[in-house]
Ligand binder design. Structure first.
Ligand SMILES: [Zn+2]
Length: 416
């Protein structure tokens, strides 16, 4: 099954011609599969001059008396603020991964732009952007449309084991530096970039959370849970030990205050198996059957909406929608459905945390003013040919500010 799926991914990798150069514009993440869990090895103990994970205090069992909002929350399926489900807004987080390019932005424009929630506020979505082949003028466009831009690493390297064993310094170069990189080339504020999703949903033990704490990144959205699907796990902090099941070890074990976990509450496929991303489910309805897909999405949504209202994540890669028009149509129908429900809100991922830190009843939430953001200018520039110092390839990219000297990469994230 896995080899078939991976092979189809290769077929779906799209090749386009940019400035006469052929480039692969879509590099989807391999699926989460049970095999990938068993083949993942535990991270070796890293010793770097600045950091020694051995010195971190282990997370202890969470103490609800000491761990209080807005800056601490025990891992739990309890609704923040002790609200009843019917008084709790049902958040829906739509997220897309990987490079943003001229091709996939067409889907984003057609299905997302102009969408509103029932309170007339703009509906949100979050883009976990990886650097290679990303068009930064389009990242600027997504940001100016009100969507959230987040991090999916500079190199997005394979194999996943690279991430499983990544040291603090590697994550700093891939993630903390990427924040500066996106801010620079897309001309968006560094503060607006808050979230992290590690490639392949492969956790790196404590490393990524230490980097996030040190570089003021607010949340991680890489950690799937299968055990806490019904009821779903709400976001929490790592001040204390997490109760979450570790599907892609190594998971963090230390007490690391500040960063939040937004768990990926798995969907349940037609045979009851968990899938962290909608496009990684094994037993799905027929890919040409729009009605069956609509039912499939709604039944996963209802586990949250009719349950403890833990945020419902719809995590997908654009290529899955553009290559399966019936799935895309079902997805649009689902978004149309929720935009008419008075207690459901499609939001940017960071808006979920804003609410969790300060939970208010749904009636109060609905009456709040809409989120605002300041538009930024993009003086679009085609850059290239740019030499890729890491792989001797030639790249082209579009940037909003200045062109780099060489193709940016880890260790030289601004391409100077
Ligand atoms: Zn990715």
């Amino acid at each position: 099954m896995r080899s078939v799926v991976l092979f189809s991914y290769l077929l779906l990798g799209l090749t386009i011609t940019v400035h006469g150069q052929s480039v692969i514009v879509s590099s989807p993440d391999p699926l989460f599969t049970p095999e990938s869990v068993t083949t993942t090895t535990q991270a070796p103990i890293q010793t770097t001059p600045e950091r020694d994970p051995n010195e971190l205090p282990l997370g202890e069992e969470c103490n609800e008396e000491l761990c209080k909002l807005p800056n601490c929350r025990c891992s739990s399926t309890d609704i923040p603020g002790g609200l009843l489900p019917r008084n709790t807004p049902q958040f829906v987080t739509i997220t897309f991964d990987d490079a943003v390019n001229v091709r996939n932005v067409m889907t984003y424009r057609s299905i997302l732009y102009g969408r509103k929630n029932s309170n007339s506020c703009p509906a949100g979505a979050t883009f976990y952007v990886s650097h290679e082949y990303t068009d930064y003028t389009l990242v600027n466009e997504l940001y100016n449309q009100g969507y959230e831009i987040a991090l999916n690493s500079i190199s997005h390297r394979t194999p996943p084991d690279y991430w499983a064993t990544a040291s603090y310094d590697v994550i700093k170069e891939e993630i903390a530096d990427q924040r500066i990189q996106i801010s620079h080339f897309a001309n968006i504020s560094i503060e607006s970039i808050k979230g992290v999703r590690l490639p392949f949903l492969q956790l790196a033990g404590n490393s990524s959370f230490q980097v996030m704490a040190d570089y003021d990144l607010d949340y991680d959205s890489s950690w799937p849970t299968s055990a806490f699907r019904e009821p779903g796990l709400w976001p929490y902090t790592l001040d204390y030990a997490s109760i979450q099941d570790c599907m892609m070890p190594p998971c963090p074990t230390a007490s690391i205050p500040k960063p939040w976990i937004q768990p990926l509450v798995s969907w349940t496929d037609l045979n009851g198996f968990p899938c962290a991303m909608a496009d990684s489910c094994h037993f799905t309805p027929d890919l040409n059957d729009e009605n069956a897909w609509y039912q499939f999405i709604v039944s996963n949504f209802e586990r949250h909406y009719l349950g403890n209202r833990a945020p419902f994540g719809f995590h997908i890669h654009e290529w899955y929608l553009s290559s399966n028009p019936a799935v895309k149509a079902a997805f649009v129908r689902f978004m149309n459905l929720i935009s008419n429900l008075p207690d459901v809100f499609m939001v940017n991922s960071s808006e979920v945390l804003d609410w969790v830190k300060n939970p208010i009843p749904v009636d109060e939430y609905k009456a709040k003013p809409c989120r605002e953001w300041s538009r930024t200018i993009c003086s679009s520039r085609p850059c290239g040919p740019l030499y890729g110092e890491h792989n001797w390839m030639i790249y082209y990219m579009s940037a909003c500010t200045v062109c780099p000297r060489v193709y940016p990469w880890t260790g030289n994230h601004l391409g100077r």
